[in-house]
Design a protein around this ligand. Structure first.
Ligand SMILES: NC(=O)CC[C@H](N)C(=O)O
Length: 324
């Protein structure tokens, strides 16, 4: 007689706190002095951040936050903000509307690609690349720009369980150099795939990318996605549970841009990077891991964060496609 669940593979359980701490420490020691990559230089502010900074934070689905290294240092959240602005758009407009109006396929191209827009017959782009993120911003309904910013700010605060602040110098630095993003937004607009005032949406997008967030903040924000939309620290419901798998799906298709396939091949987890040097990875129902180290690879993903995350995910057996 064969009983489901009583023979063969065991259901994977969450690792203990002791084991998590052990593995974090190993990853920290192993990669602390590893070199490779360079700070983002196309945004002048980011070029000047100390490249040696390194932080690892884990937030478990039951609300424990474990930290190692420079986890309180606030750096530019950059593209990681796209995940949470997408969450706001989905909560307001629904997952189907986002799929139809923005797109959810992988572009397989750099984060600021114009070709990604040109090649798709419907001009669909993923909400986690610049084009899609700016369109997602334009897709949020609000009476005016200040009201929309307040909605974004509230959503970020709920995910982080504290109010985040924009790094004004970074915002100024990005605003002065975001001509390419403005061009992408106008291109989408010309195709009828932009849903609000172009300059206003680009500005709000740029401002959201300029939030300062610590590695600890990012772990808690991602921890909310690991915990079905309920912030594991504040216990507040942030978004509907049904949206979490959809958001994580965009991360697993596009989270590390043109390097996403390789990332998923090695880790089997949804993740999102930002050119500020942060990366979040989510193991649904178990935990979220955030790592920060500024030097980036050619795709704009932190070199050291990828290495540390891969090590931790492997050691804690978090790969979604592995059965033990
Ligand atoms: N990949 C990123 O983090 C890019 C974000 C950055 N603000 C930009 O628009 O270029």
């Amino acid at each position: 007689m064969f009983y489901w669940g009583h023979s063969g593979a065991q259901k994977k359980t969450s690792p203990t706190e002791k084991r998590i701490r052990e593995v974090m420490q190993q990853a920290y020691n192993q990669f602390k002095s590893s070199s490779g990559g360079a700070n983002a230089s196309y945004i002048p502010y980011l070029a000047n951040i100390d490249p040696e900074l390194f932080g690892i934070a884990i937030c478990t689905a039951d609300g424990k936050v474990l930290e190692l290294g420079d986890t309180k240092y606030e750096f530019g959240i950059e593209s990681i903000s796209k995940v949470f602005v997408l969450a706001l758009a989905m909560q307001q407009r629904g997952a189907k509307a986002v799929e139809d109006s923005i797109g959810v396929n992988a572009t397989g191209m750099p984060f600021n690609s114009v070709m990604a827009v040109e090649l798709d017959p419907h001009r669909a782009v993923n909400p986690l690349v610049n084009a899609g993120a700016m369109a997602t911003n334009s897709f949020i309904r609000a009476p005016n720009s200040a009201a929309k910013w307040a909605m974004i700010d509230d959503m970020m605060a709920k995910f982080a369980s504290r109010r985040l602040s924009v790094i004004q110098q970074l915002y100024a630095s990005e605003t002065a150099t975001n001509l390419h993003n403005r061009a992408i937004a106008w291109l989408l607009y010309s195709y009828g795939r932009f849903y609000g005032d172009v300059s206003e949406s680009v500005d709000l997008y740029t401002r959201a990318c300029s939030y300062g967030s610590s590695t600890r903040d990012l772990a808690i924000m991602a921890g909310t996605l690991a915990n079905n939309g309920v912030n594991p620290v504040s216990r507040e419901k942030v978004i509907d549970a049904v949206l979490c798998p959809r958001i994580l799906a965009t991360m697993i298709t596009e989270g590390l841009y043109d390097n996403t396939g390789s990332w998923v091949y090695h880790t089997g987890l949804p993740a999102k990077s930002g050119v500020g040097g942060g990366i979040i990875a989510v193991a649904p129902g178990k935990m979220a891991i955030a790592v920060f180290a500024p030097p980036l690879d050619k795709s704009g993903n932190s070199v050291k964060a990828q290495k540390a995350l891969q090590y931790i995910i492997d050691e804690l057996k978090l790969n979604l496609f592995s059965q033990g």
